[in-house]
Design a protein around this ligand. Structure first.
Ligand SMILES: Cc1cc2nc3c(=O)[nH]c(=O)nc-3n(C[C@H](O)[C@H](O)[C@H](O)COP(=O)(O)O)c2cc1C
Length: 326
């Protein structure tokens, strides 16, 4: 079904975009041919893989090579090119950001990874590290800066506000970290990559809905987004864009077209003609009013769970989700 009347355009970091569908940083966004295919398949912008201040292996992109990739992407694409940086020192954050800006990136995404294991380091110290990195970059460049957040903060609203005050124009909710497993055959660690599933997108949906309009900042949804319905829900929760990775790694880049088609159909079915008109309209429904009501809902949800369906298809559901008895 071709529904040109459906307006899926959006904006993010001051960039007007034809749709909310943006492939996120991964090896898929490394090659210029893949980036071109993404553009042909409807991607509205692309996020390049992260440049690391300390390349972790010989195959990792070196700074000069990375800057060349930005230049090539700018030359061969008409859609915005967002670079991604993972530095480890304030000097590194600022200096690489300047190089990235000079190479022509439209925006920069800060992939801050800070796993603290020292029990003597308080959370405030770690949060200051995020804030200082954002300040260092935002003061060094004119292009918009977004921060890819990990999901683990004591108060996401607090850190989101601090990052905005430090110069961030966007937040990506959330990065997804890869946790090793234990191989019982070899009795060693296994780092096999497990791609995300749709079940994981409730978490970003929830937090986007909670943060929407509490903090005046552009929100990007990431993790577990696989279908047009997922995209629409994220926008209804308050997202400007949705970043996708796992689904493209599994299904291939042309799957973007299918997601866009599904998005248009889902909008039609819901009677929506424009994404910008409905952005955030379900944020309070998904987030609810935190506080006592939140605790109450949580308690009810846990207590209301019952097993339903046949034994081989058992799923948990709440009383309220059950079919009314005839
Ligand atoms: C193989 C692989 C490499 C990735 N490399 C990066 C990276 O360089 N920088 C980054 O910020 N995220 C990176 N990611 C994370 C993705 O951009 C994305 O945030 C994450 O996979 C969650 O989205 P998804 O559920 O659609 O996969 C990588 C993911 C995968 C699977």
């Amino acid at each position: 079904m071709n529904t040109p009347a459906t307006d899926i355009s959006t904006h993010y970091l001051g960039l007007p975009l034809r749709s909310p569908l943006v492939p996120s940083a991964s090896p898929l966004t490394e090659r210029i041919e893949s980036l071109q295919e993404m553009e042909r398949c409807g991607a509205s912008a692309v996020v390049l893989p992260s440049l690391f201040e300390e390349p972790y292996d010989r195959d990792a992109l070196q700074p000069a090579e990375y800057l060349d990739k930005i230049k090539a992407a700018r030359e061969h694409l008409t859609i915005p090119v967002i670079a991604s940086l993972n530095a480890s020192t304030l000097k590194g954050w600022a200096e690489y950001a300047v190089m990235i800006e000079k190479a022509g990136a439209h925006a920069i995404e800060l992939n801050i990874y800070n796993l603290s294991l020292d029990p003597d380091v308080p959370p405030a110290f770690i949060e200051d590290g995020y804030v200082n990195a954002v300040k260092a970059v935002a003061e060094a460049v004119k292009i918009p800066v977004a921060v890819k957040l990990p999901p683990y903060f004591t108060s996401l609203a607090y850190i989101a506000k601090r990052l905005k005050e430090s110069g961030a124009k966007g937040l990506i909710c959330f990065n997804r970290f890869y946790q090793p497993d234990i191989d019982l055959l070899t009795l060693g660690s296994t780092y096999t990559l497990r791609l995300s599933t749709a079940a994981e997108n409730r978490f970003p949906l929830r937090w986007i809905s909670l943060l929407y309009q509490r903090i005046q900042i552009d929100l990007a949804a990431n993790t577990g987004i696989r279908s047009g319905e997922d995209v629409l829900k994220m926008v209804l929760g308050g997202a400007c864009i949705t970043q996708v990775c796992s689904v493209l790694m599994q299904r291939g880049i042309p799957w973007l077209r299918k997601i866009e088609q599904e998005l248009r159909e889902a909008m039609e079915e819901s009677g929506y003609s424009s994404l910008s008109q409905v952005r955030g309209s379900f944020s309070s429904q998904v987030s609810g009013e935190p506080g006592e009501a939140e605790r109450d809902e949580y308690r009810k949800a846990l207590q209301g769970y019952i097993l339903s369906r046949s034994p081989d298809q058992r799923v948990l559901t709440t009383h309220s989700q059950q079919e009314p008895s005839s």
